[in-house]
Design a protein around this ligand. Structure first.
Ligand code: DLL
Length: 422
């Protein structure tokens, strides 16, 4: 499609999606009314700029289903990801939403070089996280045979990749490297496996990491992007040119804004990605602020696709951390610590890359007078609660009163020592 044809498809989708939101979601209706814009007034894509943004806390404030445009009886699936506090962010899909998602994920896999008849090894986590099931149904829709491995059991992953002759690997980039490491330790050379294509995403990664993955796994490493609030994986994906993520504009409208003023930025300028859904039934999103920092380009791609390209996501403009693919807010860790009697309200989260995997140290200050004999129990208690409530493993080190540095201004809660995406 030409850019004009894409714009025409988007305008029709925008009008019906805004109508869905207005008619069925009281929160959106009130906002449209306050902005003085009814769905039928929308004459051009630019009219969207008259509507306010939707943000993550809107989902929390209307937990669990307040932003849904369908009743639970009309849903086919629910997923959830970490919210900033105890409550997760819940998203829902109708059967048709799931069809759309599978179609877009199949399109993403195809753009990356996967084909019908391939064996696709899927190491994204299955469960409430959208990665596993999103890639799974996309692979089936493509006509591939999917190995529903999920994460973990890395030695077994290596064996099955070799034995089943997988041509495509789906995983977070850091887990792809962990698989490479375990293979090397076992004396298995994955460069001589059937792997040719990797779809890696769910966390920021750099060009240097891409080159390393390609070298160690002997495949073409392609970036795939998505977020549960909008759909899951497959909102955008690189093609074989590896030159930015094609955003699937027949289903989503992408804007980049200045995060401070909210002003829409001209193409090419870096800012926060904002996404409006054009076809979602159960959870239409209007100008959702992703917090992801990137740039857009409509320059033609060598592959011939005309869909806009989202250049590499370089980071986020909130404090959400992505640790081994799990989204974590420091406030969630704080909530675990502050409820415990022998612990002072001073802590630091230290994240490093050990080998290819993230390692999280949690430095926790004790209250005065806590006997040494309790230390083991306290560490165990914190580790256990962080694991069961947030889903990540931390190594706790207990500090004496006053040992955690106090700051003059904002407390430094996180020391992220991992290499940055660029
Ligand atoms: O991570 C969906 C997904 C699964 C994408 C598998 C790709 C592959 P959430 O758990 O809701 O959904 O986390 C979404 O992860 O806002 C970004 O901050 C980050 N993220 C996702 N893909 C990329 C990427 C899934 N390719 C959040 N590069 C997003 C950088 C990414 N960050």
């Amino acid at each position: 499609m030409s850019r004009d044809e894409i714009a025409a498809v988007q305008l029709a989708g925008l009008r019906s999606s805004l109508r869905n939101a207005y008619d069925r979601v009281p929160v959106h209706r009130a906002r449209f009314d306050a902005a003085g814009l009814l769905p039928d007034d929308v004459q051009s894509l630019d009219d969207l700029q008259r509507l306010p943004f939707t943000v993550k806390s809107d989902l929390r404030d209307h937990y669990p289903f307040g932003l849904f445009a369908r009743s639970p009886s009309e849903l086919a699936r629910l997923h959830a990801s970490s919210g900033t506090t105890g409550k997760p962010t819940v998203v829902g899909y109708t059967q048709q939403d799931l069809e759309t998602w599978s179609g877009l994920m199949a399109r993403s896999l195809h753009a990356a070089g996967a084909r019908a008849g391939d064996v696709i090894h899927n190491a994204y986590g299955y469960g409430l996280f959208t990665g596993g099931l999103g890639a799974h149904y996309g692979a089936e829709r493509l006509g591939a045979a999917v190995v529903p491995m999920s994460g973990g059991s890395t030695e077994r992953q290596v064996a099955l990749i070799m034995d089943f002759g997988a041509r495509v690997l789906c995983a977070t980039p850091s887990y792809a490297l962990a698989i490479a490491e375990v293979a090397e330790a076992q004396g298995v050379d994955l460069r001589h496996s059937g792997l040719k294509v990797g779809l890696f995403g769910a966390e920021p990664w750099s060009q240097a990491m891409r080159l390393e993955i390609q070298e160690r796994l002997g495949l073409k490493a392609v970036d795939v992007y998505g977020l549960s609030e909008i759909m899951g994986p497959g909102v955008a994906c690189e093609c074989e040119c590896q030159a930015g993520l094609h955003g699937w504009e027949d289903h989503f409208l992408f804007e980049v804004i200045d995060p401070d003023s909210g002003r829409v930025l001209p193409e090419g300028e870096a800012g926060e990605l904002v996404i409006t859904t054009l076809s979602k039934q159960a959870l239409p999103m209007v100008r959702y602020r992703t917090r992801d920092i990137t740039r857009l380009s409509t320059a033609p791609c060598d592959c011939g696709r005309t869909h806009v390209r989202i250049l590499r996501i370089t980071g986020r403009n909130d404090d959400m951390l992505i640790i081994r693919g799990v989204n974590v807010y420091p406030s969630q860790i704080e909530a675990v610590l502050l409820g415990r009697p022998m612990i002072a309200p001073h802590y630091q989260i230290v994240i490093e890359r050990r080998g290819s995997l993230d390692h999280v140290g949690l430095e926790v200050e004790l209250q005065p007078g806590v006997p040494e004999t309790s230390h083991g129990l306290i560490s165990h208690d914190v580790t256990h609660h962080v694991k069961s409530l947030i889903g990540i493993t931390v190594e706790v080190s207990l500090k004496q009163p006053g040992e955690i540095p106090r700051s003059q201004g904002k407390a430094v809660r996180v020391r992220d020592l991992r290499p940055k995406a660029n």
